[in-house]
Ligand binder design. Structure first.
Ligand code: PLP
Length: 238
C-alpha cells in the first residue's frame, strides 16, 4: 500500500468512527507523525492531502526543514521537548503539542516574546500517570491552563495526550474520555469555549479517540509503515 492509499484508508476509518459517534468527519484533523521518515515521504503525504505533519525530534525536524520537507502543510511539534531546545522550535512550527511542565511553558513564552510572536500550544496530559512519560498529571492541567492564559505570547488551543500502550484493544477509550472531560471543563471555565484542538489517538487507537471526542489524531505507522529504527536501539535485539 502506498502512503496515499494508507491515508485514504485511515480517513475512511476516521469517518466511520465519527459518524457512529454522531460527529462530522471533516471536523477531525489528520496529522501524519513522520518521525524516522525522510523528506520524500513527507512530500508524498502532503501531495496525498494530509492535513499536517508532526515531528518528535528537534534535530531531525531541523534537518528536514532545511530540505523543505514540509512545504505545503502545517508542521507541528509533538515529541518531548527539552527546555534547551525551545529556541529551535518556537516560531518554526504552527503548534507545539507537547507542553507538559511549567518550566517548559515559561521558556516557550520567553522565547516567543523575544521573537515578538504568539506561539500556539497544547498542554500534554499524562493521563496514565506514568513515571517515564512527560506531561501534566490530570489534576494539574487546570492550573497550567490558567498559567498559560496569563501569558501574552502563547495561545493555548487545547490538550494533547499519549495514553499508556494498550495491552488490549479498546483499553484506552476510558483514558480518552477522561481527557475529553478535562478539555471540556477547562474550555468552559477558563477559555470561553475557544479551545478547538483535542489531539489524541495514534495508529492503534485513533478510532477510539474519535469516539471519545478527539478533534485531531496523530498517525504514523498506519500511514508511513513500520519505522526502521537503528538496529542497536531496537527492543529485543541483542
Ligand atoms: C510516533 C508518535 C505518534 C504516531 O504513532 P503510531 O503508533 O506510529 O501511529 C503519535 N504521537 C506521538 C507523540 C508520537 O511520538
Amino acid at each position: 500500500m502506498s502512503i496515499k492509499e494508507n491515508i485514504e484508508a485511515v480517513r475512511e476509518k476516521i469517518a466511520e468512527a465519527a459518524k457512529a459517534a454522531g460527529r462530522d468527519p471533516s471536523s477531525i484533523t489528520l496529522v501524519g507523525a513522520s518521525k524516522m521518515n525522510d523528506a520524500a515521504a513527507c512530500r508524498e503525504a502532503i501531495a496525498a492531502g494530509i492535513d499536517a505533519l508532526g515531528e518528535n525530534r528537534v534535530q531531525e525536524m531541523t534537518e528536514k526543514l532545511a530540505e523543505n520537507a514540509y512545504d505545503g502543510a502545517p508542521l507541528y511539534f509533538i515529541g518531548h521537548l527539552q527546555r534547551n531546545k525551545v529556541k529551535q522550535v518556537v516560531g518554526k512550527v504552527a503548534l507545539i503539542q507537547s507542553v507538559g511542565s511549567d518550566p517548559l511553558l515559561d521558556e516557550i513564552e520567553k522565547q516567543a516574546e523575544k521573537l515578538g510572536i504568539v506561539q500556539d500550544i497544547l498542554l500534554e496530559v499524562n493521563v496514565g500517570g506514568e513515571e517515564a512519560k512527560s506531561g501534566y498529571e490530570p489534576a494539574a492541567v487546570f492550573a497550567a491552563a490558567l498559567r498559560a492564559k496569563g501569558m501574552a505570547h502563547v495561545r493555548l488551543r487545547g490538550l494533547m495526550t499519549v495514553p499508556p500502550i494498550e495491552t488490549e484493544v479498546g483499553q484506552n477509550l476510558a483514558n480518552f474520555q477522561k481527557v475529553y472531560r478535562l478539555y471540556v471543563d477547562i474550555n468552559q471555565k477558563l477559555y470561553d469555549n475557544t479551545f478547538d484542538i483535542l489531539s489524541m489517538g495514534m495508529s492503534g487507537d485513533y478510532a477510539d479517540a474519535v469516539r471519545a471526542g478527539a478533534t485531531m489524531v496523530r498517525v504514523g505507522t498506519a500511514i508511513f509503515g513500520h519505522r526502521a529504527y537503528p538496529a542497536a536501539k531496537q527492543e529485543g535485539t541483542v
